[in-house]
Design a protein around this ligand. Structure first.
Ligand code: HEM
Length: 129
């Protein structure tokens, strides 16, 4: 919401879409949500910049080496979801709130793209995603 208030043109676009979808309808059906394409982009972009679970714990199944560091067996490592979502190696203007970016890239939130994992990744990812 704060991102929308800081970006009135995005707020306006999202509102216009909602109004267009509900126009002339007495009630809003759950299936109407599928028509809110822009709102979906807004939600995706919000989860990129503000993942509610910003650090995910994992344990190492085997000793391995990452960037010259030896990670011992069973070591607890924290995955920084927040930092991945703002890494300039993967995101153009990472600090800007730009829902449109998700229109041109095929990135879902099922954990297939490790730069964007607001619902985690792997066997124990979020069933509520
Ligand atoms: C915006 C909403 C939500 C976010 C951002 C979110 C995020 C997450 C994350 C990051 C994890 C850990 C995944 C991992 O370690 O790979 C998780 C686990 C889980 N989430 Fe969600 N979640 C959301 C909503 C929900 C909802 C609505 C439900 C159920 C109706 C749900 C049920 C669960 C459960 C049961 C797990 C544990 C899965 C396991 O350990 O096997 N979540 N969620």
């Amino acid at each position: 919401m704060a991102e929308m208030m800081r970006n009135p043109h995005i707020m306006g676009k999202a509102q216009a879409e909602v109004r267009q979808v509900v126009k002339g309808k007495g009630t809003l059906e759950e299936s109407d949500v599928q028509s809110l394409k822009y709102l979906k982009l807004v939600i995706k972009e919000t989860l990129r910049l503000h993942p509610p679970f910003s650090l995910l714990p994992r344990a190492c199944r085997e000793e391995c080496e990452v960037n010259g560091y030896t990670i011992p067996l069973k070591a607890r490592v924290m995955i920084n979801v927040w930092a991945l979502g703002r890494n300039p190696d993967y995101w153009d203007e990472p600090e800007s709130f730009k829902p449109e970016r998700f229109d041109s890239i095929a990135i879902d939130f099922l954990g297939n793209n490790f730069e964007y994992i607001p619902f985690g990744a792997g066997k124990r990812n979020c069933p509520g995603s």
